[in-house]
Write a protein that binds this ligand. Structure first.
Ligand SMILES: *Cc1c(COP(=O)(O)O)cnc(C)c1O
Length: 424
């Protein structure tokens, strides 16, 4: 397959954009290759600048649960756009967005829209600190919550793959109040909470940024009980899992009610939108009602709200999550069987339509065990799949996503590509 145009664009990109990319993992460095530049998407497919077609298992890192260029999403954006693209004044569509979100995720009693997951988590933490008057926060090793300074500590995927310990440029003070605990371990959380000075526990209720790691039975219940006991705000970071692992997110799937939720990706329907929300008594501390400041010029952008509302409306249709479960299982089972057939040690972690094939032989339950995976092997698997027309997330520590646009036939093509890649 030709890659001349992509390579030429990459050369231009590197002159101006650090590493040639606007978000580091896209550079494909950890899988030992150069990025391909995408020119368009359609359903389950992306096409690069040279016209090569790939079955896409990234879905823009989660948002595109309906597939690329979904006609109903495009139509609502076009229709909304004709009335103007931004006002910096309130619009009814923001209210409809908040109502739609609260209906799906009832713990979000009040909602504020922002433009990225990073903004959502950063704002939720400030709010939790303002509400409790405490400074410390707890996060999981390998948990990623966007790139705010205080959260860029032991932050998995991008940071882990690049081998950056935290990040340069984060002052010690900004990270000093961040306590890092292993995922799926309650004992360390209990110890950290016992001093009564922790404002919030922020957690991915299904971890997706150290590769996919499901919560162990009792883990989320345990976090809920401990936070209640110590007056600590429990924040579920559902930026990835919201509308992904169930319509109402992981909190619906596992039936746990957090105090605050951060959510993004899917709720923008492919445009930049995210939100945070939760208990009304906490949310009322936000400006202009309360003393915690938070703002955004393009927050609640009408195009993003319209696309998000339409995406949530489509996802609410009957059978959607049954189908996502089915298509996720077909892919997960097929990939694992392909590895077994090739005699390659592998573990499949999957929740609904998000999954990771880890190249290791013991269960992956936290970041420590995820790091046992053979990243060299993952790199050659990635390249083998790409050469056979399948685009995987370019890191062993990122989850793959299946969409409603993937048919059983597409999944079978992916599995056939995996068999061939793993055999060679
Ligand atoms: C993607 C992600 C974020 C950051 O969202 P951005 O929109 O990239 O800023 C935060 N938390 C989780 C769990 C994510 O997966």
């Amino acid at each position: 397959m030709g890659t001349d145009k992509s390579a030429a664009i990459f050369e231009r990109a590197k002159q101006l954009i650090p590493g040639g990319v606007n978000s580091p993992v896209r550079a494909c460095r950890s899988v030992g290759t150069d990025p391909v530049f995408i020119s368009r998407g359609e359903g389950p497919f992306i096409f690069d600048a040279d016209g090569n077609r790939y079955l896409d298992l990234i879905g823009s890192w989660g948002p595109l649960i309906l597939g690329h260029a979904h006609p109903e999403i495009l139509a609502v954006i076009t229709e909304t756009m004709a009335r103007g693209t931004t006002f910096g004044a309130p619009t009814e569509i923001e209210v409809t967005f908040a109502e739609t979100l609260r209906k799906a995720v009832p713990s979000m009693e009040m909602v504020r829209a922002v433009s990225s997951g990073t903004e959502a988590t950063m704002s939720a933490l400030r709010l939790a600190r303002g509400f409790t008057g405490r400074a410390k926060i707890i996060k999981a090793d390998g948990g990623y919550h966007g790139h705010a300074d205080c959260l860029l500590v032991a932050a998995g995927s991008g940071a882990a793959t690049l081998g950056i310990p935290g990040s340069a440029g984060v002052p010690e003070g900004a990270a000093a109040d961040t306590i890092v605990v292993p995922y799926n371990d309650l004992t360390t959380v209990e110890q950290a909470l016992s001093h009564g000075d922790v404002a919030a526990v922020i957690i991915e209720p299904v971890a997706g940024n150290m590769g996919l790691v499901a919560p162990a039975p009792g883990y989320l219940e345990g976090l809920r009980a401990l936070c209640t006991k110590h007056g600590t705000v429990l924040i579920f970071d559902e930026v990835m899992t919201g509308f992904r692992v169930a319509f109402g997110g992981a909190q619906a799937r596992y039936n746990i009610k957090p105090d605050l939720t951060t959510i993004g990706k899917i709720i923008g329907g492919g445009l930049p939108a995210a939100a945070f929300g939760g208990r009304a008594d906490i949310m009322q501390k936000l400006a202009p009602l309360g003393p915690v400041y938070q703002a955004g010029t393009l927050s609640g952008n009408p195009l993003a709200m319209a696309a998000g509302i339409k995406a949530m409306e489509i996802l609410a249709r009957p059978g959607t999550y049954e189908r996502l479960e089915q298509v996720g299982a077909r892919l997960g089972d097929g990939l694992l069987a392909a590895a077994k057939a090739a005699g390659i040690p592998a573990v499949m972690n999957r929740v609904g339509s998000m999954l990771t094939l880890f190249f290791c032989d013991s269960p992956v339950t936290d970041y420590q065990s995820a790091k046992a995976a053979d990243t060299q092997r993952f790199g050659s698997f990635f390249r083998g799949m790409r050469d056979r027309g399948v685009f995987l997330p370019p890191s062993q520590f990122e989850a793959a996503f299946v969409s409603l646009a993937h048919t059983d036939e597409h999944i079978d093509q992916i599995i056939a590509a995996a068999k061939a890649s793993l055999a060679s």
